[in-house]
Design a protein around this ligand. Structure first.
Ligand code: GLU
Length: 374
């Protein structure tokens, strides 16, 4: 039997709120003060009740393009990078103005994808965020579009994915994605009058993915598809997601209070955080294993050097790598040896490892707890 939303949202302590470009600009060329003030007011109420809030904001490119008098639909990357640089400072100034009205400081954090893959960067970021929250500030994230071509174009490509990454890495219990859509419909509501809003999703099936359709907006890069992807990322790490329209009055407060607004994606609380990090991190290299080793991995046994046939790329101990068999990725993991060492010991029995390397850290090349099957 399904619980009501209150039940699922009970114990929500840390929330990430993602605000899309169309919400920030409310259809106009610049940022909407009224809208941003209303977000700041709702965040203030949440904070007063002891909830920690982080914001992922879009809008830099949209605002920058209009400041530059450039075309909103311009897809040329250098223009979008320039626009992001101009727009980001305006955007943060606007957020700062809105939050100052409620006595709250904001902190700008521009991220590139490697915060997710590089454990050291991630830990540094985590410490910084923890300190900001202790000082009652609101961290406001965006992608570092000016230096990261891929992020505007492909890798995160959209702040929906970024907001999911931030949520799972910062241990949020809830991600609220605010945009110009009311939630997930069973078919495109712009095309079909009989489309129905799906209030609750407990499992992200192919049918759910199919109902997402294509990206729509011209200024933002995300569409429903990237929102579903965000929900999928959060799903397996225990973070609930609500997709709702920013036009709804008091939308954040009401969604957090468990009102049936938009679509809620109920999280699966099972997967450990480390597994999720390994699963989603960018792989720095790969190792090819034989069938025997593949079978062993499927039984959750550690990977030994004897089962390794080849090494590709350069990686350090602790980096995330792909594990392939017949060229197909079967798992990902973090090895206890670097790529040079693994090249030397591949195919060897464990008792030969110290002879070849002059040292031996572990018998296993990747311990079972550091392997995630794909
Ligand atoms: N980082 C982009 C910006 O601030 C937004 C990407 C998106 O539309 O999600 O303009």
């Amino acid at each position: 039997m399904q619980m009501n939303r209150n039940g699922y949202l009970k114990g929500t302590h840390r929330i990430v709120i993602k605000v899309g470009t169309t919400s920030i600009t409310k259809g106009g060329p610049g940022a909407s003060t009224e809208f941003m003030d209303s977000i700041a007011r709702q965040v203030k109420d949440l904070k007063d009740n002891g909830t920690e809030v982080l914001i992922v904001t879009s809008g830099a490119i949209g605002i920058g393009l209009s400041t530059m008098n450039a075309k909103a639909r311009s897809r040329e990357i250098p223009i979008r990078q320039a626009a992001a640089s101009i727009g980001q400072s305006v955007l943060m100034q606007k957020w700062n103005d809105s939050f100052q009205k409620f006595g709250i400081s904001v902190a700008q954090i521009l991220l590139t994808y490697d915060f997710y893959s590089d454990r050291e960067k991630y830990l540094n970021l985590r410490n910084a965020i923890q300190t900001l929250l202790e000082y009652k500030a609101v961290p406001i994230f965006n992608e570092n579009d000016a230096i990261c071509v891929k992020e505007i174009d492909a890798v995160f490509g959209d702040n929906d994915t970024l907001s999911a990454m931030v949520s799972i890495k910062m241990d949020a219990d809830l991600l609220i994605i605010l945009s110009d859509v009311d939630g997930l419909y069973d078919k495109n509501p712009k095309l079909f009058r009989d489309a129905n809003l799906i209030p609750t999703v407990t499992e992200i099936t192919d049918e759910i993915r199919a109902s997402a359709g294509d990206p729509t907006s011209k200024v933002g890069t995300g569409g429903m598809r990237t929102k579903i992807k965000a929900a999928e990322i959060c799903h397996e790490t225990g973070c609930n997601v609500i997709i709702a329209s920013s036009d709804v009055d008091n939308v954040i407060a009401r969604a957090v209070a468990g009102e049936e607004i938009g679509t809620i994606f109920i999280a699966d609380k099972r997967e450990r955080r480390k597994s999720s990090w390994i699963r989603h991190a960018h792989a720095s290299g790969s190792i090819e294993i034989d069938e025997g080793a593949k079978n062993a991995l499927s039984k959750h046994v550690s990977l030994l050097a004897i089962g390794i046939k080849a090494v590709t790329g350069r990686f350090d101990r602790g980096d995330v790598i792909n594990i392939t068999c017949g060229g197909k990725i079967v798992a990902k993991g973090t090895p206890d040896y670097n790529s040079d060492d693994i090249s030397k010991i591949k195919g060897l029995h464990s008792d030969k490892m110290s002879e070849v390397l002059g040292h031996k850290n572990y018998d296993n090349v990747i311990r079972s707890e550091n392997i995630v099957l794909m």
